[in-house]
Design a protein around this ligand. Structure first.
Ligand code: AMP
Ligand code: GLY
Length: 424
């Protein structure tokens, strides 16, 4: 099989790394890829927002199977266009992608199918959003309705903060994404992520993880795409997972199918574990980044076989086995991230850091320039390690981090802290 992975992040490096291990692969391409995928696959330097360019490249390289990584491409309907060109594609339809692309779509689905989530109101003008806010008070959560690159959500601890966030949305700070606003109740609890591989009817549980969204140690500073993650997340114990599947995941798949938009792809549920049970915060319709990196470290199956089974509607006949160890990944980012990361600086020592069998280094914003590895984005490397516990995986990951010589980079030093504290 000739496979093309779409994307250029750590997630796509991890997917390509895992797919490359499949005996089904004859040739592997990544578009546009990064400095890490370059050794593993052939990078295709194309504009992935241009669907015609993706299809032309797939034809030129006789691709039989396309795997779409990033949310923006899923939500833009790249999967539908690739399929219409007669090429098999692992990517939800544009219609099903609304689960991530439109918060009000998901909220309406939750209402209709009784899926536990925060109470909310949706508003298209500022006056009614404010009126609702005054009836609810703070803490409260304000969300731009559409995709806003993870930046459209404000958890407001005071009414003044909430007013400012509502102002921002209607001022056009988030463009089209802010034209309507969801105002929802603040949920109290611990957050965790649950992934399922879906084929329209069946959800195959595909691992749990905890991400670290804030840029600074102790969960401080601005939100980022994610500064580190580990899997499994022990807070999602068996009883909670089984409630999540029956109360949240199964009704979602049923509802999407009934609506004529069956969901095929990776369903990533962002959950709040409240005292009343798991509640849905949001859905994503693709692997998480950096959560994918830790899932791929633990997966003991042929990923390509499973992705094909999902596309063929055959997941009811499949299972997934996982390594018992914990995998933990630390993101190295360029100084200035998330606001204005510095580009073009040289990174040394990555090969040495990755020599341990328990360590893999997945690249994100890197490029090779005259044989040297340089930073080419905000999040740059994902140093990923296995260990017998979260504490041990954390130790192994930071040992490898410390072998990397990159003065212009930084990382959090506390990835996994919640679980480490519990293990302590
Ligand atoms: P989202 O983009 O919907 O995942 O929101 C980003 C982050 O905001 C989440 O990861 C949570 O930490 C927080 N958040 C979102 N909705 C709520 C809520 N209803 N209650 C508490 N925190 C929330
Ligand atoms: N790490 C969060 C995400 O991929 O959405």
């Amino acid at each position: 099989m000739r496979v093309l992975v779409i994307g250029s992040g750590g997630r796509e490096h991890a997917l390509a790394w895992k797919i490359a291990q499949s005996p089904l692969v004859d040739a592997l391409f990544v578009a546009p890829g990064n400095g890490g995928t370059e050794g593993l696959a052939t990078n295709l330097n194309i504009d992935i927002t241009d669907h015609a360019a993706v299809i032309a490249a797939a034809r030129e390289h006789a691709i039989d199977f396309v795997v779409v990584g990033p949310d923006a491409q899923v939500v833009a309907g790249l999967g539908d266009d690739v399929r219409a060109a007669g090429i098999t594609c692992f990517c939800p339809s544009k219609e099903a992608g609304q689960l991530e692309g439109s918060k009000s779509f998901t909220k309406a689905l939750c209402d209709q199918f009784d899926i536990p989530t925060a109470a909310y109101g949706r508003f298209e003008d500022e006056a009614s959003a404010l009126a609702y806010l005054y009836t609810q008070g703070a803490p409260i959560v304000i969300k731009a309705d559409g995709l806003a690159a993870g930046k459209g959500v404000t958890v407001a601890m005071t009414v003044d903060e909430a007013i400012a966030a509502i102002d921002d949305c209607f001022d056009g700070s988030f463009g089209e994404a802010g034209a309507s606003v969801v105002v929802e109740a603040f949920l109290e609890g611990e957050e965790a992520s649950f992934f399922c591989l879906c084929d329209g009817k069946t959800a195959l549980p595909f691992g749990t993880a905890q991400d670290h969204k804030r840029v600074g140690d102790g969960d401080t500073g601005p939100n980022t795409g994610g500064m580190g993650a580990y899997s499994p997340a022990p807070v999602l114990d068996e009883a909670t997972l089984s409630r999540t599947i029956s109360e949240i995941i199964e009704p979602t798949l049923r509802g999407m199918a009934e609506m004529g938009a069956p969901f095929t792809g990776v369903l990533y549920a962002g959950l709040m574990l409240t005292k009343d049970g798991p509640k849905l915060i949001e859905y994503n319709v693709r692997f998480g980044d950096p959560e994918c990196q830790v899932l791929m470290m633990r997966l003991k199956e042929d990923l390509l076989l499973l992705l094909n089974a999902a596309v063929d509607g055959q997941l009811a006949h499949m299972s997934a086995r996982w390594r018992n160890e914990t995998a933990l990944t630390v993101v190295l980012a360029a100084k200035g991230y998330p606001a204005s990361p510095e580009k073009g600086t040289t990174i040394r020592g990555v090969d040495e850091a990755g020599t341990d069998d328990n360590v893999e280094i997945f690249h994100a914003g890197t490029a090779l320039r005259n044989g040297a590895l340089v930073a080419n984005g905000g999040r740059v490397l994902n140093v990923t390690a296995l260990g017998g516990s979260v504490t041990e995986a954390q130790k192994n990951a930071y040992r490898a981090v410390d072998l990397i010589d990159w003065p212009e980079g930084f990382c959090r030093r506390d990835i996994g802290w919640r679980a480490v504290e519990r293990e302590g």
